[in-house]
Design a protein around this ligand. Structure first.
Ligand code: SF4
Length: 327
């Protein structure tokens, strides 16, 4: 088998906060009102400088959360820091749009961010967000963004839902679950983080032995992008909670990634080689037994095993930050 190696990155997301007024059922970083982490503008500037040294271009960089508009002055300082680092701005900033309470506020904030170097606004719109964010706010934000930033300056995930969005908060729980079930058939979610806890019951499950047995080398080492959380933890691709390490002033992102070796992260290496089924023996020694009802996908199994290991005090430096597993 080819030795494990981390491919050079071409994209990165700065998750500048894990706090969010919403607590969406599909959130793989487990953001919510009870989380309080924020990245400082100084730390973001250091990450941008490292990304510039790695040759990552502005269009490969995004800023998200949590909800980054929860501290607009900080968000603005962070977008400006990308330019100061020589990146020419950031590709896009993600938001759930809940802050867009008036046309004037949306217009002013978008114009200010665009001038600071934000190239595109990405609006999150789906039934999970609309349990917390009134649909008229995302629709207002989208309309204003098209005017201020132009057609190419805004995108929505999910575009079709944005136009048909319903106020999910006003629906009874049984109707919400029906809506989520239908939406999951149309747009499958990776069942990790809160999605594993709250949505996996809504999709068919398979026993462990029927889940794919291949390794996750592509997702962990070959996706060519990372996410950096408010505390500096560097997630492999979109696998939140599986890290290469913590990027700090003493050990900036480029140095951390450049020096990463599989032996530094035994659990990450096991996952890359054999996927979550490879963790089962180790997990069994710490009392893990597979769920009798099976799992929605291999990420669901992966999440369940990782959470069990951390809660049993048997995680390693790879499974960080603890809050993501304990909240
Ligand atoms: S199974 Fe785990 S390591 Fe593999 S892609 Fe899913 S979350 Fe990432």
């Amino acid at each position: 088998m080819t030795p494990l190696a981390l491919e050079p990155i071409t994209a990165a997301g700065l998750l500048i906060t894990d706090t969010c007024p919403a607590r969406c059922r599909h959130c793989y970083v487990v953001a919510g009102p009870d989380r309080t982490g924020w990245m400082t503008a100084q730390a973001a500037a250091a990450h941008f400088a490292a990304l510039a040294r790695l040759g990552v271009r502005a269009e490969g960089i995004h800023v998200g959360g949590g909800e980054p508009f929860g501290d607009f002055e900080r968000l603005l300082a962070i977008v400006r820091a990308a330019r100061s680092a020589g990146l020419g701005g950031v590709g896009y900033v993600e938001t759930n749009g809940g802050w867009a309470t008036s046309e004037a506020l949306a217009r002013e904030r978008l114009a200010t961010l665009a001038e600071a170097g934000m190239r595109q606004l990405a609006i999150s719109a789906d039934p999970y967000h609309q349990e917390f964010v009134p649909p008229e706010r995302v629709q207002l934000l989208h309309a204003v963004a098209r005017e201020v930033l132009g057609r190419g300056g805004v995108r929505a995930r999910r575009w079709k839902w944005l136009h048909e969005a319903r106020d999910v908060a006003a629906m009874p729980e049984t109707a919400r679950l029906d809506l989520f079930r239908t939406f999951l058939q149309r747009y499958p979610e990776r069942m990790a983080g809160r999605a594993a806890e709250q949505l996996s019951e809504l999709v068919p499950r398979r026993p462990v032995e029927e889940l794919p047995a291949e390794g996750c080398r592509r997702a962990l080492l070959q996706s060519r992008h990372v996410h950096i959380d408010p505390g500096g933890w560097v997630y492999a691709g979109t696998c939140a909670g599986i890290v290469f390490g913590c990027a700090t002033g003493d050990r900036p992102l480029d140095e951390l990634l450049g020096r990463w070796r599989p032996e530094d992260s035994p659990l990450l290496a096991l996952l890359a080689e054999g996927g979550p089924r490879r963790l089962l023996d180790a997990a069994a020694r710490h009392g893990f037994t597979p769920a009798p009802g099976g799992y929605a996908d291999k990420c669901h199994l992966c999440w369940s095993v990782r959470k069990h290991l951390v809660r049993a005090g048997a995680g390693d430096a790879t499974l960080q930050p603890p809050e993501i597993y304990l909240s």
